[in-house]
Design a protein around this ligand. Structure first.
Ligand SMILES: Nc1ncnc2c1ncn2[C@@H]1O[C@H](COP(=O)(O)OP(=O)(O)O)[C@@H](O)[C@H]1O
Ligand SMILES: [Mg+2]
Length: 246
């Protein structure tokens, strides 16, 4: 483990907790209660707008990863000031992560993959030492994505991902399951926002559902998204008749 929990401690409260991002329940709750990470793989699930990206970015910034995506110990763009949440979040670091941090930023290991900005990241770091060799322009979007992940998952560290499934086919998503599983086995920690029941089914993963209630642990079988997919796949009509006039 690298980060065992997050909260916003006394003394670092925002002036106005009713303002964004503290107005998002999953973020606001951190003022009174920490969010614990208990397993090497944690998935954050929940509706659009529930605060998954906000949390993942906040953790990335507080850890020292570029909020637009990129490697630990390296920036691919000019120094951008941390967002407000990134400055206020307190990370409960494991001994290993604390030692890395003491040795300085360059010894920190990890990667933040933001689906939305991967293309920009790929352009910005193409050819830079410590990234990947392949020419991504010669691959499909999904293939390129797996190349990025495969080459970035190289050392035990903190790996943050935001909807990595976006570009992936079913089979590619299964490959990602294999990559994430191996990464966790090798001592890494993964915190990943996702809408994918396929990804969230990784054995041993902790699944935290965020929403109006704040954040709670839910077993995979009990997740709303799993239930919706099950019912949709067994009979699309039960959903579609509410959406499309026949
Ligand atoms: N820069 C911003 N300024 C104000 N509100 C924002 C900003 N970014 C996101 N939000 C709002 O914060 C909420 C959570 O967003 P986000 O974390 O992106 O949700 P998710 O990733 O779960 O879909 C949403 O209501 C969104 O509209
Ligand atoms: Mg998001």
């Amino acid at each position: 483990m690298f980060v065992e929990g997050i909260d916003i401690p006394e003394g670092r409260e925002p002036a106005d907790p009713t303002e964004w991002p503290y107005s998002v329940p999953a973020v606001g709750r951190l003022l009174s209660e920490p969010l614990e990470f208990r397993a090497p793989v944690t998935f954050l699930v929940g509706e659009n707008g529930s605060g998954k990206s906000t949390l993942v970015e906040g953790i990335a910034e507080a850890y020292g990863l570029d909020a637009r995506g990129g490697r630990a110990g390296r920036k691919y763009a000019n120094n951008r000031p941390k967002g407000d949440l990134g400055q206020r979040l307190r990370l409960d670091l494991s001994q290993r992560a604390a030692r890395q941090r003491q040795r300085g930023r360059r010894s920190q290991t990890g990667f933040f993959l933001r689906a939305e900005t991967t293309f920009g990241l790929a352009e910005a770091v193409s050819g830079l030492h410590g990234y990947w060799e392949e020419d991504l322009a010669e691959h499909s979007h999904g293939e390129g994505f797996l190349i990025i992940l495969q080459s970035m998952f190289d050392k035990p560290g903190l790996y943050l991902m935001d909807e990595p499934e976006a570009a992936l086919s079913f089979m590619s998503c299964l490959r990602l399951v294999g990559l994430v599983h191996d990464l966790a086995e090798s001592g890494s920690q993964i915190i990943c926002a996702t809408h994918s029941p396929l990804l969230a089914a990784i054995p041993g993963a902790d699944v935290i559902e965020v929403g109006d209630h704040g954040a709670r642990r839910v077993r995979w079988e009990k997740l709303d998204m799993v239930d919706h997919w099950r019912r949709y796949l067994s009979d699309p009509g039960t959903y579609l008749r509410h959406i499309i006039d026949s």
